[in-house]
Design a protein around this ligand. Sequence first.
Ligand SMILES: [Zn+2]
Length: 127
Amino acid sequence: METEQNESSIEKFPFPLVDETGYLACFYCGKHIRHTPEENAVFGEEPYPFDRGHGICLSCGGDPRSTDLGTQLGLIGLVCCAVRFEIVRDNLTPQHQALFDALPDWKKIVASGFLIKGLLMKRRHKI
Ligand SMILES: [Zn+2]
């Protein structure tokens, strides 16, 4: 059964992923990028997360080689973090909101992961 799925995915996503122009289109912004680790944020991912002809540019998907956190996260990562930060803040007391606001961004990201997981568990189990 697994072999059939692998053969099916090979037919669905034939190599190369690029179209006849040699470029991919960023799934989010449409920018034309080459299918290389330097331009496609999902280069080498298996299974490949998009249809033939699509990838994610580093502006949207993030650049792990950057020393700047915002550039590492990319636009999609920044949007996800902003949404998580808002969910976390809305569920904190004013005193804890002030503590959360004072954290550097990388600590907010780590804290949000744990706090959101705790909030979901609390709601699931109606604690
Ligand atoms: Zn993009």
